[in-house]
Design a protein around this ligand. Sequence first.
Ligand code: GLN
Length: 274
Amino acid sequence: MKNFKKIAAILLAVLMVVSLAACGEKKEPAPDTSDTPADVTTAAPADAPEGKKYIIASDNAFAPFEYLDTDTGEYIGIDMDILAAVAEDQGFAYEIQNIGFDAAMNAVQSDQADAMIAGMTIKEERKLTFDFSDGYFDAGQIMVVAADSEIKSLEDLRGTNVAAKISTMGADYAKSIAEEYGFTVTTYEDSPTMYQAVMQGTNSACFEDDPVARYSIMDQNLELKVVGEVIDPKPYGFAVKKGENAELIAMFNAGLANIKANGVYDEILAKYGY
Ligand code: GLN
């Protein structure tokens, strides 16, 4: 009986060692038996560091891309929905901070945020300091004037003061033609204060992203109208500080491709009238 117990104990120990070894073996990568050609990329997601929660900065008032839903106190919009869908698809955690466009760019550059999604145009000069994802929406600028304004063209801006939002494509464009058309430019912190300045007559016009101007005028019943042609349409991208968070860009691109393929991207755009 004593011997039997001893043998049983030894057997048990051997079993445990064997099963532990088997567990260890499971961690080894399985031999590749698939006949997939080497140049075909799989849908395997890029890896986020274990337990990482990305801080993602955004604009504070840029409908229909990010804007406050006054009923819920939550930020909604195309960017907010795309980011949520991509994060779910790729399985990464994030916290969104709607701090304003210029503030978001500064937050990324000063490492206070890991990335930004803010209707941000992929622009060559920005590539010196940011890495961008694939484009997810095309937009150009448009001139916006008061609903009762006589201004119909750039020529009509001569001798006036034009509004623009700080650090944006609209501000760059206004400044680039200011001398030629004989106007000065005042920059504002965000889109709502820029619109107010034009509605109140402080400024003759402003330059804003076309879809944002049209959506805001309609959605908020602003006493404004768009005039002229859309200027220089370019894609929006998700951005990180140059050389950092490369896995986040890889995950965004993979997730964007997946939500385009499975119809979620189209559903998001349709929700906002596109
Ligand atoms: N698309 C414009 C830019 O990148 C404006 C972005 C914004 O105001 N959120 O400059």
